[in-house]
Design a protein. Structure first.
Length: 75
C-alpha cells in the first residue's frame, strides 16, 4: 500500500490515519526516519532513539549560532 501526504510551506506533513493506527501513534509521540540505500523508513521512535538523540545534542553546539540560524533557516 502506498499513501501520500503533502508538505506545507514549513516542510511539515500529516501522517496518514492508516499509518498512525498501524504504528499506534498518538499526539506527542516521536517518530524516527532511517535512510538506507536511498529508501527512507518511518517508524515510531523508541526510548533508545530518544536517549541517543539526547546524548548527541550537546556535541552539536558548534552549529548553534546566529550565523548558522541565518544560513539554514529556509532549508
Amino acid at each position: 500500500m502506498t499513501l501520500t501526504s503533502k508538505l506545507t510551506q514549513k516542510y511539515q506533513a500529516t501522517v496518514p490515519e492508516e499509518i498512525r493506527r498501524f504504528l499506534k501513534l498518538k499526539g506527542g509521540d516521536r517518530i524516527a526516519f532511517e535512510i538506507e540505500n536511498k529508501v527512507v523508513t518511518l517508524r515510531k521512535a523508541s526510548h533508545l532513539d530518544m536517549e541517543l538523540a539526547k546524548s548527541l545534542s550537546d556535541t552539536l553546539s558548534e552549529w548553534n549560532s546566529p550565523f548558522d540560524e541565518e544560513a539554514y533557516r529556509d532549508l
